[in-house]
Design a protein around this ligand. Structure first.
Ligand SMILES: Nc1ncnc2c1ncn2[C@@H]1O[C@H](COP(=O)(O)OP(=O)(O)OP(=O)(O)O)[C@@H](O)[C@H]1O
Length: 252
């Protein structure tokens, strides 16, 4: 059996468990994702979705198991949160945390700057290359027209896209995105689906989502978590036909 992450696999999580005061929030969970793959992670409240992401990003340490990253199978459990972010794992929380008083351009510039190693930030000046990169990211997330506007004037959906843009400025290989469609209008949700699908052409993208309709539109492999473990995995049709999944969602 291979212990490495392998060529096509970007992240390989094996047999992780973590307990809080004796309660097993994550229980022997294994998960892997490829370099260019979109994955939806679903599961009822308390299934362990947030804790799983906390472990991948280094916020929480598992009691057992391994988290391997990239072609060299780097052991992420030996890295701190900042090192893991720099290694290429970006996380977007549900609530947008953009700087409302700053322009879209400045928000993206700050994200570029934050990505630099601390000693380089000391000598940092926004140059032509950074300006080009900001424009490129804004186009990617559909905000090119909004660059001069204050982030506080954007719609809820646009703020979410700006935050995805701020993640992209940090050039992650894996994006962990928590409930991106929450509170969005139908048109914004459709644009968000298109954005995530496009990003997954050259990134690994994990979307934690409660909204099944949104998951259906993502049209990707789904991992169902329950009581800290993977309950089912496969297409949405496959997992929603699984008796145990139906029981977990409807049987209470
Ligand atoms: N720091 C902590 N201390 C104690 N218990 C915790 C802690 N973090 C999480 N838990 C518990 O672990 C379980 C898993 O929580 P988690 O937040 O990961 O679930 P979730 O799937 O993200 O749920 P939701 O969909 O409601 O956000 C829950 O029962 C939660 O109460």
């Amino acid at each position: 059996m291979s212990t490495g992450a392998g060529a096509a696999t970007l992240l390989e999580v094996s047999g992780i468990s973590v307990s809080f005061d004796g309660f097993k929030a994550i229980n022997n969970l294994s998960f892997s994702i490829g370099r260019a793959e979109l994955r939806a992670v679903i599961g009822p409240n308390g299934a362990g979705k947030t804790t799983f992401m906390d472990i991948v990003t280094g916020k929480t340490r598992p009691d057992e198991g391994s988290v391997l990253w990239g072609p060299m199978s780097t052991n992420l459990l030996k890295r701190n949160e900042a090192q893991i972010a720099r290694a290429g794992i970006g996380r977007k929380f549900q609530k947008p945390t953009v700087f409302e008083d700053q322009s879209v351009t400045d928000n993206l510039m700050m994200a570029l700057k934050a990505h630099r190693a601390p000693w380089r930030v000391l000598f940092w000046r926004a140059g032509a290359r950074d300006a080009a990169r900001v424009r490129e990211v804004a186009e990617q997330v559909g905000l090119a027209e909004q660059l001069p506007r204050k982030a506080g004037e954007l719609s809820h959906g646009q703020k979410q896209w700006l935050e995805i843009g701020m993640l992209l400025a940090q050039e992650p290989q894996l994006l962990l995105v928590d409930e991106p469609a929450a509170g969005m209008t139908l048109a914004e949700r459709e644009q968000t689906t298109a954005l995530l699908v496009a990003l997954a052409r050259d990134h690994a993208v994990v979307v934690v989502e409660h909204d099944m309709e949104f998951v259906r539109r993502l049209d990707c492999k789904v991992t169902v978590l329950h009581e800290g473990s993977v309950l089912a995995e496969g297409s949405l049709d496959h997992v929603t036909a699984d008796k145990r999944v139906i029981e977990v969602y409807l049987g209470r």
